[in-house]
Write a protein that binds this ligand. Structure first.
Ligand code: KMH
Ligand code: ZN
Length: 271
């Protein structure tokens, strides 16, 4: 089987220390947590950053600081979020690209997100894709609902995203597609040939959906952005613990873990 690319989504934009005291917030904490996750087996990290008050920010200076700290000590693939936090302006959501990451997330459509709306109108998505293309940043096409798969392929048809495409199937966000085996199979079957896919399922669905992806030849994302529990009622004390659990699962299922170099090769990302 092809090696498994594990991504760790380190902090996200929604969580607070009230929900888990183990959440990394400062640039040092986020960088350390990303490096520990890489040491535990993550080939890629998906990053949001926080300001000095712990609030989500799109500030490219904070992103650059975190990226520099990580790159000093690790060759893990760094993917920044252009999803940001609900309510971020379109202008702000371009800013993380200025930190020159390897990859960036690119949600290909709008979706309800809890009681709010995660706005991704087509012209905005296309302009983000164009900016990534011009900067040589590979997009991870984020699919929160079924139509977003077609939207990703439409970007490719317009030449705004270059093959090989990489999709992240985000399951279980309230308002998006639910985290069920049937839905994951449906989406995975719709992945165009030559493309890669990973699953990021929310909360208690994180590991059951990762297990299916491991068995089916897909890739998986774990980490506190999506799930803060190692098991029922037990908070993960670090992102590395969540990655280590996925590594153990993959080993038991006979799937090798991709190093960052192998993942760069699979995703065709230049160093
Ligand atoms: N925080 C969510 C509104 C992404 O990183 O690209 C969007 C999100 C997706 O987390
Ligand atoms: Zn994110």
């Amino acid at each position: 089987m092809n090696p498994l690319i594990l991504t760790c989504a380190v902090v996200g934009a929604e969580l607070t220390r009230e929900q888990t005291p183990y959440l990394p917030l400062s640039p040092e904490e986020i960088a350390d947590s990303a490096i520990e996750a890489a040491e535990a087996g993550a080939a890629m990290v998906h990053l949001h950053v926080r300001d000095s008050q712990g609030r989500p920010t799109c500030d490219e200076k904070v992103f650059s600081e975190v990226l520099e700290k990580i790159r000093h000590r690790s060759d893990v693939i760094i993917q920044v979020s252009t999803g940001g936090a609900i309510g971020d302006t379109e202008v702000d959501r371009f800013r993380p690209l200025e930190a020159a990451p390897d990859m960036a997330s690119l949600t290909t459509g709008s979706v309800n997100f809890g009681s709010e709306v995660f706005f991704n109108p087509r012209p905005f998505v296309e302009s983000l894709a164009k900016a990534m293309l011009e900067k040589g940043i590979k997009p991870e096409l984020e699919v929160f609902d079924a139509a977003m798969l077609e939207n990703g392929m439409a970007l490719a048809a317009k030449g705004l995203v270059l093959p090989p495409l990489h999709f992240d199937l985000v399951l279980g966000v309230p308002g998006g597609i639910a985290a069920t085996e049937r839905n994951l199979r449906f989406l995975a079957e719709g992945i165009p040939s030559g493309a890669t896919w990973s699953v990021a399922a929310v909360g208690r669905h994180q590991f059951p959906m990762a297990e299916l992806a491991i068995k089916w030849g897909g890739h998986a994302r774990v980490g506190m952005e999506d799930n803060i529990f190692l098991e029922k009622g037990v908070l993960a004390k670090s992102n590395a613990e969540l990655v280590a659990k996925a590594v153990k699962m993959a080993r038991e299922l006979g799937r090798p873990i991709a190093t960052p170099a192998q993942a760069r090769n699979l995703l065709q990302i230049k160093k």
